[in-house]
Design a protein around this ligand. Structure first.
Ligand code: MLC
Ligand code: AMP
Length: 514
């Protein structure tokens, strides 16, 4: 099969009555899901969407997300994924850069986009789940249900080198770049992931990860549809509700999460009288899983978590074995059919086992490049097609990779990426901020937390942590706001004037906190 939507069409044809998704007490069979996606595709075509046009999904987990996702592909469109926490700064950039002509969203999202109306000339319409509501929408808005149409003519089962998704990531310059994933990238990766994890039609996944990122969508949903399995998906993660489902729903076989979720599940499980039921497979990724969480989880849940490593540009790169030793603190080996290596950061030459360098990957899963950024694309690949992940790590002699740092500035908080530069640019607009440096510090629940060292602007009242956090929240996703603000009289800089963030990190305990 050349695309995920082809897998959906095939299962809908062969086993239309089989359950594909469960959501808030409702069941969607493969037949129904395909039909709804085809009706959404017909609506898109009637509206005027052309092959290659971008449709942004700015929507929380719900059945309409899945219908719009596959519907866009059936119409030959390209899906732009947008985190529902994104606010003015991220939305303005992503929608302008991708030139999405239509956005599928909810009522809150529609209001946020209408605030930006004058900045988004390419955005010609909103399709609103639950309806556009009473308030005047400056951007033409349609009710999701009414937007669908009766399919006519042949559908496009998309595949191969057609562009499927633009996923925004890696904002090292403060502006995130759109990673272009082809249908062939998605299909090649999920084929090897599902084979490696022995994922079959008999599986049922409990899916609480957001569908607007790689982990939830390109592993959770894609794997389910590829194998003809089923997934019970939720609007959001709640540890107690997940544990209750694990106890009561005997047909659940798998759970995927970020380390923060596993930490919270363990806290919640400590309140239970009897141990939770082991599932066939628990997978962790998107951020480092601590050895402690790995070990405690195995004791309490009777099952070692399988940790894997991925990123938006490449989907899944490496995995611990399904059969065999799952080694705590490591991310395993490349999936079959894909390659990885460790190179010296300066010379770019491969390093022997045991030595730390930058991890590079190559294979059919690796994205085509950054949307309209040939410069960034050229920089990201070496002449032999190896993609520079920006992650530092080493390989053991028996083939297990360990990630032990990052070559780029990135904070991973609860599995969400925060690029310091983006937060710094917003904070610098605050009148009380003279200079600022944003960096990550360890956090027991989130793994890392966002911290800002601020030099107050002269002649202004001292900024408060709460005030700065609120200032960020208006413009950026709320998970990017600083959780700690340290006031300093000056930032440590090297001879070239570059801020030495490692000194801030090391000395943060000594600063007086607000
Ligand atoms: C939520 N909040 C966070 C946060 N998530 N703050 C910091 N870091 C986070 N990750 C804040 C909100 O902004 C809000 O603040 C408050 O917490 C409550 O929001 P919530 O939505 O109720 O939070 P909660 O449900 O507790 O969310 C925690 C979480 C969530 C762990 C469930 O962050 C999550 O779903 N993370 C998964 C992310 C993910 O899927 N990553 C995969 C990327 S793909 P306020 O102030 O507004 O109240 C990838 C590739 C790969 O990385 O390898 O997989
Ligand atoms: P994203 O850009 O959101 O796709 O995030 C990808 C990044 O998440 C990777 O480059 C890694 O830094 C990080 N990541 C993903 N999985 C793991 C893991 N298992 N351990 C450590 N870091 C991870």
């Amino acid at each position: 099969m050349d695309s995920i939507v082809e897998a959906l069409a095939r299962h809908a044809g062969q086993t239309p009555q089989r359950t594909a998704l469960l959501f808030e007490g409702k069941t969607y069979t493969y037949g129904q899901l395909y039909e709804e996606a085809a009706r959404f595709a017909a609506g898109l075509k009637k509206w005027g969407l052309k092959a290659g046009d971008r449709v942004a999904l700015f929507l929380e987990n719900c059945p309409e997300f899945v219908m719009a996702y596959f519907g866009t592909h059936l119409a030959g469109g390209v899906v732009v994924l947008v985190n529902t926490q994104y606010r003015q700064v991220e939305l303005r950039h992503i929608l302008t850069d991708s030139r999405a002509s239509l956005t599928v969203t909810g009522t809150v999202g529609a209001a946020e986009l209408n605030r930006l109306r004058s900045d988004l000339p390419d955005l010609k319409g909103l399709v609103v789940v639950g309806g556009p509501g009473e308030e005047a929408n400056e951007i033409p808005a349609f009710d999701f249900e009414a937007f669908k149409a009766e399919p006519t003519g042949p559908v496009n089962l998309a595949g191969g080198s057609d562009l499927a998704i633009i996923g925004y990531t890696s904002g090292t310059t403060g502006r995130s770049k759109g990673a272009m994933l082809l249908h062939s990238n998605l299909a090649a990766n999920i084929a090897t992931v599902t084979a490696s994890w022995e994922w079959t039609a008999a599986d049922r996944l409990l899916l609480v990860l957001p569908l607007f990122h790689a982990h939830g969508l390109m592993v959770g949903l894609h794997g389910t549809i590829w194998t003809g399995a089923s997934a019970e998906f939720r609007r959001k993660f709640e540890a107690a509700a997940v544990l209750e489902s694990l106890q009561q729903e005997s047909n659940l076989t798998m759970f995927f999460g970020v380390p923060t979720m596993y930490g919270r599940l363990l806290e919640e499980a400590a309140k239970l009288a009897k141990p939770p039921r082991p599932l066939r497979l628990y997978v962790s990724g998107s951020a480092p899983l601590s050895r402690e969480t790995f070990n405690t989880f195995e004791k309490v849940f009777g099952q070692p978590i399988l940790e894997r490593y991925g990123m938006t540009e490449t989907i899944m790169n490496t995995t611990n074995p399904f059969n065999g030793e799952r080694r705590a603190g490591t991310v395993g080996a490349p999936f079959p059919g894909q390659q990885a290596r460790v190179v010296d950061v300066q010379t770019r030459q491969p390093l022997p086992d045991g030595e730390t360098g930058e991890i590079e990957v190559r294979g059919p899963h690796v994205f085509k490049g950054y949307w309209q950024r040939p410069d960034a694309t050229a920089e990201a690949f070496d002449p032999d097609g190896w993609f520079k992940t920006g992650d530092l790590g080493w390989r053991s002699p028996d083939g297990y990779y360990t990630i032990n740092g990052r070559a780029r500035e990135l904070i991973i908080s609860g599995g969400y990426n925060v690029y310091p530069r983006e937060v710094e640019e917003v904070l610098l607009q605050h009148p009380a901020v003279g200079e600022v440096a944003v960096f990550g510090l360890p956090h027991p629940d989130l793994g890392e937390q966002v911290v800002a060292a601020v030099v107050p602007a002269p002649g202004q009242p001292l900024p408060s942590a709460a005030g700065l956090a609120e200032f960020c929240r208006d413009q950026l996703a709320s998970f990017k706001k600083p959780r700690q603000v340290i006031l300093v009289s000056g930032l440590p800089r090297n001879a070239l004037g570059k801020v030495q963030k490692h000194l801030l990190r090391e000395n943060s305990g000594e600063f007086e906190k607000l």
